[in-house]
Write a protein that binds this ligand. Structure first.
Ligand code: LFR
Length: 489
């Protein structure tokens, strides 16, 4: 039985999943899971990229020990971040983490060179200070010496794929998230690059999902004693892979990819470049097979993860199930935050920032762990409703419910509250959305699945999808009104 391997790297952990197609069903096996802890040095926040490569190699060794015969490999990861390769083919420096503060306050300076409306019209991408365009601009403004030596710009999965294969390629879904990619010409936007003085030669040809992207290099096959396994470009942006795995049978559907971030949106065939989409700061990220992901970023479980770390630093360690149980016991709808307030973007003391947000908005700060957790999870659920209403406005479609995929669905309280907040059913599953979408594109590439539609059907047949029905309609309606007033949304 042929196995294929998906590497899915998230902002807090990475995993390697083996996938197998058997009688029209997908079977997966987690080969390896590893933390992805960023490293702070000299006041800057970096990814530990070589450690990630090491862990990816560990997965290949584990596969070998199990006697798995891997037919192909795909890599997906978070978006926007990148590394530079120099003249001698070596990595220059360490890739920055998109939550590093070097992009804070940088957006207005760039808009003085390219107006906001022009940049959105050209790229269709939402404005976030951490988009690659702003990161590059910040490095340039600071006179960072890496820029003088750089010969190629590679996004995180491109870079890791290069380490494994020796070939440098860009990939469509992830390339769009740079905000340097033309939504209409479907190629790097050379005019934007020229205006910002970024060398166009850094940006190579762009592969589509399912294109062959080389094979394990001799250096790797010799080091690990494995064969030259082919590597495919999948939907290398993890959210792009997660959307591939949404088990929807309808053409039009709404999804929420729920992990460190919450990405809520729908799949469209052409980017929506209207003024309204720009005002709402929606994005049109490239999807698999020429689709676009019209979606909105919501800060997501990052706020929970960081709060947990803050409590741990204060000497109180809680597991996620404990935190969720404490949220459920706390009083309902006491205080609200806008999870997308910029206060919550950088790492740090989230409970302290939630208290600060409450004071700023005339609310009594939550007093304990349970209250704080309740505030976060209720506010997230209500923000999902706000965003979903805007997805419906932009697409002109009313959705019958919301598909939730990603690790966040293990938080069943969040799924329940989301259903109640949006007043529609939530269909939750699969949890390993990105890795499964990654596998699916490899199977389409090898011809074992015919297309995206068939892939979604097979995913639907292979994984449990839990349905959550909305409850307490009026109570949630009132809470939504209070949430909107408090957050001034
Ligand atoms: C989710 C994600 C989001 C992107 C953010 C930063 O993992 O890829 O889609 O906006 O991380 O890269």
């Amino acid at each position: 039985m042929a196995d294929i391997l998906a590497y899915d790297l998230g902002a807090s952990s990475g995993r390697a999943l083996l996938g197998r197609l058997k009688d029209g069903r997908i079977e997966t096996e987690e080969l390896h899971r590893f933390p992805n802890d960023p490293v702070q040095v000299g006041g800057r926040l970096h990814w530990d990229i070589l450690r990630l490569l090491h862990e990816m190699k560990q997965a290949l060794l584990k596969a070998k020990q199990r006697g798995a015969l891997i037919q192909s490999i795909g890599i997906d990861s978070w978006a926007v971040d990148f590394g530079f390769v120099g003249e001698n083919g070596e990595l220059l420096g360490n890739p920055y983490h998109y939550r590093d503060s070097h992009t804070a306050g940088i957006m207005p300076a760039l808009f003085a060179e390219i107006p906001e409306s022009e940049l959105f019209g050209r790229t269709g991408i939402q404005f976030q200070p951490f988009n690659s365009i702003f990161q590059l601009y910040a490095l340039k403004t600071a006179g960072n010496p890496l820029l003088r030596e750089a010969k190629r710009f590679l996004m995180i999965p491109d870079l890791l794929r290069y380490f494994l294969t020796g070939e440098m390629h860009a990939e469509f879904t992830n390339a769009t998230t740079t905000q340097l990619f033309s939504a209409t010409a479907k190629d790097w936007d050379r005019e934007v690059l020229a205006k910002l003085g970024i060398p166009a030669e850094w940006f190579g040809p762009v592969l589509s999902s399912g294109d062959r992207a080389g094979a394990l290099s001799e250096a790797v096959t010799e080091e690990l004693g494995v064969s030259a396994i082919p590597v495919y470009a999948v939907a290398e942006h993890d959210t792009g892979s997660a959307v591939v795995a949404v088990p929807a049978l309808d053409e039009h559907f709404a999804y929420l990819s729920c992990g460190t971030w919450s990405l809520i949106g729908t799949e469209v065939t052409e980017p929506v470049l209207t003024d309204r989409a720009r005002e709402l700061n929606f994005t049109n990220e490239g999807g698999a097979y020429g689709t676009y992901r019209l979606l909105k970023n919501i800060m997501g479980l990052w706020i929970v993860n960081e709060s947990r770390r803050a409590w741990e630093r204060q000497g109180s360690a809680y597991s996620f199930p404990e935190l969720v149980a404490m949220a459920e016991e706390a009083p309902a709808f006491a205080v609200f935050i806008d999870p997308d307030d910029e206060l919550f973007l950088p790492p740090g003391d989230m409970p302290g920032r939630i208290a600060e947000y409450c004071r700023r908005t005339g609310q009594q700060p939550p007093t304990g762990v349970g209250e704080t957790m309740r505030c976060i999870l209720e506010s997230l659920s209500l923000k999902y409703r706000y965003a979903l209403e805007r997805v419906e406005e932009l697409s002109g479609i009313r959705y019958g419910g919301l598909h939730m995929v990603g690790g966040g669905i293990q938080n069943t309280l969040l799924c329940r509250w989301t259903a109640s907040a949006i007043g529609k059913p939530v269909w939750a599953g699969p949890a390993e959305g990105s890795a499964i979408g990654n596998l699916a594109v490899q199977w389409i590439a090898s011809g074992e699945l015919s297309d995206l539609r068939e892939a979604r059907k097979v995913i639907r047949d292979s994984f449990d999808v839990a349905t959550y029905e909305p409850e307490d309609a009026q109570i949630w309606e009132d809470a939504y009104g209070k949430f909107l007033r408090t957050t001034s949304l």
